[in-house]
Design a protein around this ligand. Sequence first.
Ligand code: HPA
Length: 176
Amino acid sequence: MSIYGDYIKSVIRTVPDWPQPGVNFRDITPLLQNSAAFRKLIDSFVHRYQEMDLDAIAAIDARGFIIGAPLAYELGCSFVPVRKKGKLPFKTISETYTLEYGQAEVELHSDAFKQGDRILIVDDLIATGGTMLAAAKLITRSGGQVVETATIVDLPDLGGSARIREAGYSVFAVCS
Ligand code: HPA
């Protein structure tokens, strides 16, 4: 939890029964609409990572891009998109993971970073952790060093952050 965690949590909206009955969807759009809140959010990440000597921010398609881009800009490191299958035009490497129903795949350009580069992975939310873990494995396989995985919201009851930590990666969440 970060210094602004309680405040950031207060500007995230819960939408009941979306996208299906029984799901409480954590909607970050009120946070993005609120310029003071969005600034505090990005500042929370900048504060945590400014002394960590990162080479790249790997941001997960699509809401990870919203925080990944200003963070890369502010920290002066490169921005690497981790995309859903079929979106990247150049040579890619991919990692398949299991969803509740079926499978999904994340992709990375083969020249996205250099061997040994220090990389932070960002996404908006960790639920079951499948996407974040697939991204971390993909970056590790490609020779990157995953310094940490970071998110705005962790939903600990869904076990994703625990799974990511069990796989040996560090997890930072602004709020839970
Ligand atoms: N919000 C946003 N994305 C999600 C959620 C949520 O509550 N659960 C799984 N993915």
